[in-house]
Design a protein around this ligand. Structure first.
Ligand SMILES: C[S@@+](CC[C@H](N)C(=O)[O-])C[C@H]1O[C@@H](n2cnc3c(N)ncnc32)[C@H](O)[C@@H]1O
Length: 222
């Protein structure tokens, strides 16, 4: 999964999402000293943010030691911690200025505990249109259309909603890249490998695929 994620992200297909996150950061977190990426994977998003903000330090937290090893090399001002976020985040109360959660688990009360008053939480979640061209043909897991509302309700119990963007972009993917995007996501554990290979083999050489993500910004009250 980690290797597929690294190959796919490094090919630039999610750069529009990374740019959108960096833009939001410029608006909401330009003075942030300590940034934490929860479920950071290989550190693709936080490393870009650190590039833009030379005064900031980052921490990437992930359950996977394989992902964390890659994240550790992603930026010189990025530290990593291997932890199960459902067991608690390995940080002091009110220690982070900005939290980033991209396609990753959201332990809401822990996010609240570690963020400073006035700090921002930026959450990116796929919409039901994400990878829609592949959902049916490859039998991928569907995102429930009501998920955004449920997520917003859960987070709004702790945080004040401050900004929201829907972001859609188009990707031209080869069959290998289609395989990577499936293998790096939650469907990887749910689809039969042989069936997946057969279905990918029937796709055209290049498939146009939609990326569709909701990005929400929340503020922890002072
Ligand atoms: C879909 S990936 C997203 C990774 C990264 N945010 C990105 O978008 O490239 C989800 C990440 O969450 C991590 N993860 C899943 N469950 C976790 C848990 N309980 N504690 C910490 N990390 C977890 C996985 O290891 C994986 O790296």
């Amino acid at each position: 999964m980690v290797e597929a994620r690294a190959q796919f992200l490094n090919a630039g297909h999610y750069n529009p999402l990374r740019n959108a996150l960096t833009e939001l950061w410029l608006q909401h977190g330009d003075r942030a000293r300590f940034i934490v990426d929860v479920g950071a994977g290989i550190g693709f998003y936080i490393s870009r943010v650190l590039q833009q903000f030379p005064q900031s330090l980052g921490l990437a937290i992930d359950l996977s030691k394989y992902a964390a090893r890659r994240a550790a090399k992603a930026h010189s001002r990025l530290d990593v911690a291997v932890a199960d976020v459902w067991g608690g985040l390995p940080l002091k109360d009110a220690s982070a200025d900005i939290l980033l959660v991209v396609f990753a688990p959201r332990p809401t009360s822990e996010l609240f505990r570690i963020i400073k008053g006035g700090g921002r939480l930026i959450v990116a979640t796929p919409t039901d249109a994400h990878l829609r061209e592949l959902q049916h043909s490859l039998g991928l897991l569907r995102i429930h259309p009501g998920k955004r509302v449920k997520t917003a309700e859960a987070l709004s119990q702790y945080f004040v909603p401050s900004d929201h963007r829907s972001h859609e972009w188009s990707m031209e993917l080869t069959r290998i890249e289609v395989e990577h995007v499936v293998r790096m996501g939650p469907s990887a554990r749910h689809v039969d490998s042989a069936l997946l290979a057969g279905n990918i083999g029937r796709l055209p050489t290049i498939t146009n695929v939609t990326g569709s993500v909701d990005i929400s910004v929340y503020t922890r009250p002072e």
